[in-house]
Write a protein that binds this ligand. Structure first.
Ligand code: AMP
Ligand code: ZN
Length: 134
């Protein structure tokens, strides 16, 4: 997509520090890292979010994340990882081209886990929610 910053990276118009690349995905170091080796993995075809990926792209992205993690594992040997993506404005997504964040984690790095992202349970019980899904 013309005005998409990540499409420009794929096109080579904006430089990147590549961690892993194949025909379908590019993984590169985040320019404002929140962890040593903070990496984002993007499909080479513009897709705004996870819902926009077809089955084939889903597999390519999943494999690309694993490949990038293997590279990070080899180079940095972190103690753990948090992996995921921000989707939609409410989810904190700023760049509208799907990117999976890989946060390498290190003992004592002071970070939290996925549960620290939000705490908004409200009054509805889990049992009540379960009825919506049945
Ligand atoms: P978000 O859309 O909030 O999930 O995050 C977008 C991420 O893209 C941020 O962590 C930015 O630091 C990162 N980012 C934006 N522009 C670049 C760039 N040119 N190269 C590498 N990372 C970038
Ligand atoms: Zn794009």
């Amino acid at each position: 997509m013309k005005d998409c910053i990540f499409c420009k990276i794929i096109a080579g118009d904006i430089p990147n520090y590549t961690v892993y690349e194949d025909d379908h995905v590019l993984a590169f170091l985040d320019i404002h890292p929140r962890a040593k080796g903070h990496t984002v993995v993007i499909p080479k075809i513009h897709a705004e979010n996870y819902f926009d990926l077809n089955e084939e792209l889903l597999e390519h992205v999943a494999r690309g994340v694993r490949k990038a993690m293997e590279k990070i594992e080899h180079v940095l040997s972190p103690d753990g990882y948090n992996v995921g993506w921000n989707q939609g404005e409410a989810g904190g997504q700023e760049v509208p081209h799907l990117h999976v964040h890989i946060f390498p984690r290190y003992e004592g790095d002071g970070g939290g886990n996925m549960h620290s992202i939000v705490n908004n349970t409200g009054d509805t019980s889990v049992e009540e929610f379960s009825k919506l899904f049945s």
